[in-house]
Design a binder for this molecule. Sequence first.
Ligand code: KOT
Length: 795
Amino acid sequence: MDDLPRTDLRAAIMWHLTYTLGKDPDHAQLFDWRMALSHAVRDRIVDRWMTATRDTYRADAKRVYYLSMEFLIGRLLEDNIVNLQMTDQARAAIESLGLDYRQLLLDEPDAALGNGGLGRLAACFMESLATLGCPAYGYGIRYEHGLFRQSFLDGRQQEAPEDWLQQPNAWEFERPEARFTLGFGGNILTRAGTTRWEPEHFVQAEAFDTPVIGWRGRWANTLRLWAGRAVNPFDLERFNAGDFAAAAENEALARTISRVLYPEDSTEKGKYLRLMQEYFFSAASIRDILRRFETAHQDLRLLPQKVAIQMNDTHPAIAGPELVRLLHDERGLPFDEALDIARGCLNYTNHTLLPEALESWGEALFASLLPRHLQLIDRIDDAHAKAHPARRVSAHGDGRVRMGELSFIMSNRVNGVAALHTGLMKTTVFRELNDLHPGRIVNETNGVTPRRWVHSCNPRLSALITDTIGDGWIGDLEKLTELEPHIDDADWLARFAQVKTDNKAGLCDWVTREHELMLNPEAIFDVQIKRIHEYKRQHLNILEAIALWQEIRDNPGAGWTPRVKIFGGKAAPGYFFAKDIIRLINDAARVINADAATHGLLQIIYLPNYNVTMAERLIPAADLSEQISTAGKEASGTGNMKFALNGALTIGTLDGANVEIRERVGKENFFLFGMTVDEAEARRQVENHAAGAIAADPRLARAIEAIRAGAFSPDEPDRYAGIVGNLTGPDYFLVASDFSDYWRAQREVDQAYADKRNWARMAALNAARSGWFSSDRTIRGYMADIWGARSLTGN
Ligand code: KOT
C-alpha cells in the first residue's frame, strides 16, 4: 500500500478512495468521492485534535463540559474545510477530478440532532469554543433518527423518519472501549449506615467522538455522543431454542434509548423514554467527566477547579443528583460535601419561560426509574430549606419533580439567553429563588458563529467584506463596524446591494428547480423560518398576507411593492394547532398564488423540510426578517441575528434579543411594532380583548371572516374553526391585538423598500452593527462569568 499522502489533497482523496472506500475511481459515485474528501479533511484535523488534548492534560487546565440533549450541527464538511482554510485547495482538487464542488458538499446529509434554537445554539457554541481554544467537550445523544422529515400532503404536514445514519458518518470515531453501564429501577439498600442503589435494568452507553475544529484550525475539541447498547446483546439459549426474535430483544430495547430525537420544542411530553434518555446521557457524561478527572487527581474537592458543567436547559438536570450520588454513595464523601462539590461544578441555562415547557415529572414515574435520585433530591431540598428556612422552594413537592427548581438549586450560576429574558427570569419563574440567591442569575445574550452564518453561507457578502476591511472580521466579528464609513460610498453600497440581488437570483433558481415556482426577484423577500408555535405567531404573518391580498384586489393600481412571503418550519407532530397553521398557510398560498389579479404582487411559498442547510440558503437572500413573537415569549431567538448579519431588515416586537439587535443597529433601521411585555400583560386582562381589536380593524375582521367562510378551504369551509375560534376568543398570544400595528409596520416596509438606495443603506448598517452577536463573544462571556475557564491558544 502506498504511503498516505500528507500534503497533496488530491492524492489524499485518491488514497482514501482506494484504501478507505475500496473503490476504483472509474466506478466511484458522488458519495464515494465525498467520503474520500471527508476522510482526507478529517486526517488534517486529527493531529491538531490530539495536540489540543495533550496540551489540556499538560496544562491541567479547567475543562468545560456542555451537556445538551440536542446538537443541531447540520453538515460538517464545508465547516471543517473552511476552518482549516482549505477551500481553494479542496475546490481545485475536486474540480481536477471532474466533479462539481458545491454538488459534492450538498451530498452530505444534515445531522439534524436537534429541534431548533436550543440545539443550533449548542452547535454554534461548540464551534466557538474550539475557535477560542477553550478546552471543552460537548456531550449528547447519538440519535439514529434525527428530526423527522417534513413533507406536505394537501397542505398538511406529514412526518417521515429521518435516517442520516443509513450511510456511514465520516466524522465520527466509534469508541467501543469507552462504555459505561447504567442502571434503571430496582431497590435501595441501606447497610451499616451506607446507602446504595441496586438497579434492576441495565444498558450501556457507548461513545462516538466527533472532532470540532475552530477557525484557522488552531484548536479542536470533542463532541462525544452516546449510543445505547445492550449489556448482553445476544441470548444464545433463546436463539438455540428457536426464539430468534427474543434472542436479540435485549439489544433492540437498549438501542431504542438513542433511537429517536423527541420532536418537541417548547412543549414537554411526559414520556418515560424521554426521562430514560435524559438520565442515560447525563449519567454517562458525568461518569466520563469523573473518570477523566481521576486520571490526574485524587482529591475530589478539586473538582470545581477543574470541571465546569453547563446544563443546556433542564434536560440534563439529573446530572446534579447523579454527581452527588457518585460522590456520596459511591465515593463515600459526606453528603454536604458532595453537594457543595457538585454545585461548584454545575451551571444551568434557561431557554424558555413558557409554563408548558418547564419540565416536571410525576413522582411515581420518577421513582420507578430513579428511586435513589428521588431520595437524594429530597435531601438536596432539605439542605436548601435548612439554609433558607424563611421560604420554602423545593424541587420535589405536590407529587412532582420540577427540573427547573432542581437545576437552579444545584447550580453555581444560572443564566438567561438575552437581557429581556434574564430580567423576566428574575421576576417570574425564578423570583423566589432569585431573592434567596441574588447574583446567581446572570445574562449571556446568545450569538451565532460567523464562520457558518456569514462566511460560508454568504460567499458573496464575505468576499465584499474581506475586500473592504480584510479578513480579520471572520475571527473578530465586531470588526464589521469598520464597514460603516464605506456605506456612504455610492459605489460600495451598490456592490453591497448587488450581493443581495445575486443571492435572491440564486434562491429563485433553486425554488424554480426544486419547487417549480417562479418567484418575482424584484419583490421584497419576506422570510419567517423557525419552529411553528402560537407564540411565534406565523398566523399573524399569514393574516397580514390575506389582508394584503384583499386590499390589492380592491385597489390593484395603488402602486404596491411586490412581496414574496417565504415560510419554513416544522410543527411538533402532536401540536395540532401548529399543524393547522401550516395547513392554513398552504391553503392560502394556493388560492393567492393562483389569483391573476394579484399576480406578481403577492406570492406565498411554504418550503417543506426546513433545516440548517435550508437556513443557509434562505438567510443570505432575505430582505425582511420576521421576528414577531408575543413580547415576553421568545427567550432570545438566534435566527434574528443571522438575518441582521446578512443584511436583512427586521420587522419585530420588543422580545428576546430583538431588543438588543434594535439597540445596536439603530431604531431607524428596524421596523418595530407591537405591545411591550407590560402592555401585553395588561391587554390580556381586558375582557374580550380579541373581539375589541377585531371590531376596531376592518382589515383584520375581513381577513378572519375569509378564513371562517372557507375562502381557502372551499371543500371544507369550517376547516379552520379552531384557529378562528382562538383568534376571536381567548387569543392568549394577542394576534388580534397586535395586528393593526403589524399592518402599519408592514406598510412602512413597503415604502422603505421603494427607495432602493436607502434600503441598501439600512441593510448595510444592520450588517455592520451586528458583529456583537457572534457566539465567540457569547462564549467569552460564559468563560469569564460562569466557568472560570481560560483559552489555551491565547484567544
Ligand atoms: C424546548 C423545550 C424545553 C425547554 C426549552 C426548549 C427550547 C428553547 N428549545 N429551543 N429553545 C430556544 O432556544 C434558543 C437558544 O437559546 C432561543 O433563542 C429561543 O428563543 C428558544 O425558544
